[in-house]
Write a protein that binds this ligand. Structure first.
Ligand code: G4P
Length: 267
């Protein structure tokens, strides 16, 4: 077992609720199946993060509890409310045993780049009381107090993306959760253009102002046109496809290509 996974197992012992951050643009692919075993017997909550960049109609169809833009710390009250709701049986049990006012302890987990640190920072800013070490809590662990009854572990649990399906790997590469190196940037862009052709066919012409029949052109030709439009040229004025691909992914990952969801969520 990897060290990170062992550490997460230790941290999970200390908490009441596991808050799993998924990427709203790929809510199935950005889920790591290991968490189901790691978090048995804990309350669970799912947040579809980066919802501001996902296709709103598709997010609304999902199984989520909350969807959010973690860069804004204004939407944090529903998070605390939902944590309380998810842990209400535990609170009732504690109360029966005479334990009152013991805060609910929560931990953020998720694959790289879903926004774990951003979420913790926003959440922390809201109240920003760091809670020191406590008896029974491993030395050095920092807890962020939120309101009077929730404490969040300040370091997230990182889950490594796991997949056997190449399509899942592609989606994880598009959202920047695994290195682009599984394919070269331009190869990855050619696959991404396939997806855009079917699902968001106007996105490229709108963004890059290119005059090309997207549906009936080769992906390679489309990428070339993006390179020319963005003046990504090699010696001899050859289009620099890798640079064009980098621009394309930068635009997608920052939402400039428009709101998009990469996979269908079953009803
Ligand atoms: P991680 O800890 O899970 O690895 O992710 P992290 O918080 O570092 O966030 C990864 C990137 O995603 C950051 O952008 C961050 O700003 C962005 N992000 C996080 N949550 C949201 C969200 O809800 N909506 C949107 N649109 N973006 C979000 P970056 O470009 O890598 O860094 P930065 O320059 O923005 O700091």
């Amino acid at each position: 077992m990897t060290k990170a996974k062992r550490m997460m197992q230790e941290d999970i012992k200390l908490i009441d609720i596991v808050i799993e951050l998924l990427d709203a643009r790929a809510p199935l692919s950005s889920k790591n199946p290991d968490i189901d075993n790691l978090a048995t017997n804990k309350s669970r909550m799912v947040i579809l993060n980066k919802a501001d960049m996902a296709d709103a109609r598709k997010t609304a169809k999902g199984f989520f509890v909350l969807s959010m833009d973690s860069r804004k710390n204004s939407g944090m009250k529903p998070v605390s409310d939902t944590i309380r709701e998810a842990c209400k049986e535990k609170i009732a049990r504690d109360r029966k045993r005479g334990i009152i006012n013991r805060p609910i302890r929560a931990m953020i987990v998720g694959i790289p780049n879903v926004g774990k640190s951003t979420f913790i920072n926003s959440y922390a800013k809201k109240s920003c009381t760091k809670v020191g070490n406590k008896p029974g809590v491993t030395k050095g662990k920092q807890w962020i107090r939120i309101g009077k009854d929730v404490e969040l572990l300040d370091t997230p649990g990182i889950l490594w993306p796991k997949f056997d399906d190449q399509e899942i790997g592609l989606r994880l590469a598009y959202i920047g959760s695994i290195n682009d190196e599984i394919l070269t940037k331009s190869e990855l862009a050619l696959k991404f253009i396939d997806f855009l052709k079917i699902n968001y066919c106007n996105a490229l012409t709108d963004r890059y102002n290119i005059d090309i029949d997207i549906q009936n052109s080769e992906n390679f030709e489309i990428l070339k046109q993006i390179a020319v439009a963005r003046l990504c040229l090699l010696k001899g004025n050859e289009p620099d496809l890798d640079k064009a691909a980098a621009i394309l992914f930068d635009d997608f990952r920052s939402g400039r290509l428009g709101r998009m969801t990469l996979e269908e969520i079953p009803e």
